[in-house]
Design a protein around this ligand. Sequence first.
Ligand SMILES: Cc1ncc(COP(=O)(O)O)c(C=O)c1O
Length: 490
Amino acid sequence: MTPDNPRVGDQDSSPYADALLAFAARGRSRFTTPGHHGDPDGQPLIAAMLGEGVLSLDVQPTVEGIDHGPGNPMQRSLDLAARAWGARRTWFLSNGSSQGNLTACLALAGLGDTIVAQRSVHSSVVDGLMLSGLAAGFVRPTVDHSLGIAHGVTPESLDAALAAHPDAVAAFVVTPSYFGACADVAALADVAHRRGAALVVDEAWGAHFGFHPGLPVNAVRLGADVVIASMHKLGGSLGQTALLHVGHGPLAQRLEPLLERAFRSMQSTSESSVLLASLDLARRQIAVRGGETIGRSLASAARLRERVESDGRFRDATPRIAAFPDVVGVDPLRVVVDVRSGGISGHDARSLLFQELGHHVEMSTDDVIVAIVGAGTAPDPDALADALLRLPELPAPTRHRIELPDPGPRRMTVREAWFAPTEVVAADAAVGRVSADSVAAYPPGIPNLMPGEEITEQTLEFLRETAAAPFGWVRGALDDDVSHVRVVAR
Ligand SMILES: Cc1ncc(COP(=O)(O)O)c(C=O)c1O
């Protein structure tokens, strides 16, 4: 047993999922919500598509013997999850890490009114600032301008940002990045704690960390106070499910009741039991069998990297990413392929892989495609590597490079701008105005434009070109081609 491994014996049970199964097997007549009553005759289309089991397991919350009453199975499952990740306490989330980030921001507002946040946080953190009214000082991540990707923050830059904002009650960072770069969480926690601030880690992409010696250690065990993790991303549970953990220090202790209160405000009163059960089962699977199954995933990802390098047309970007000063490790299950040497843009490569070659990879930028290997899965690396070699070389004009923009200067807080009187203007007339919206190339969903920031020509150009790229989508844009922008009225 390594210090990062949960106690397997305890983990080989799934009380909540088992209680649901037992409830469904008992076959009571139902006169409750959900109104399908588990009856396949009432909903034959759903039953035909998803199976009758989904209907019978879809049960309303607060049922005695499932998630209600002292020592109920849900509570036992939450305790098992907390133990698996080394947390003081864990909450199941049915609306993703987005819900976790909103919840964390609301909770932090109970400690004070200012935080320091990594500028490349997910848009849900910006929404959290808007809802909570927290003011944020932003700390810039390192950026690989050549590949157009943002990494994480160094302990030194976090320290400087906290020194510049002595009233900050927390530092909100993202690690691993969308490209698998892991920041030094232990050092960031030290820096934050020395400055009297809590460390909140958006570990959306690292729910699987800590369950195999070949993976990085998770942020709770590295000393973070609050950690948000999308179990659905690489951890194997169903889409939309995530975990919120609170750690062990004195600030974490203060935050626990604040998180509980904020969680209630952000939680649906009719959460899907099917989604929650998938969290329970995926935790059991990764905690008990991860040591063995993740070995296969690691081998699959390693083989893909090897093929990319030995085939010679493209490059494995991992060594380049690992060389940045904030990066102390990389998630080996994320394969970032630098396509610059291969005569095709990342966006075109991803689109052709999907449309014509039968492969769906997670994301692209102009210069890279990112493939992920879910923890416990082992997709065929050679099939994807072969497909990469079959991609055509495209003529240069379609390979115009889309540069990641620097953010414009901040003119107002997120909340001030979001609630200010606004107007919609043509994109060309928006340069120099203050954005009222969060607008983000998706994925990765890092706002390129935040409420309260001045709009620059460079940012607008990036957003418009991203929208025009194959698979391009700009979240928060008013129209598909970003031809209009909502700005704070003059
Ligand atoms: C860093 C980060 N945080 C949070 C989220 C939101 O996660 P979810 O989709 O689980 O709500 C994402 C989504 O991609 C993300 O990349």
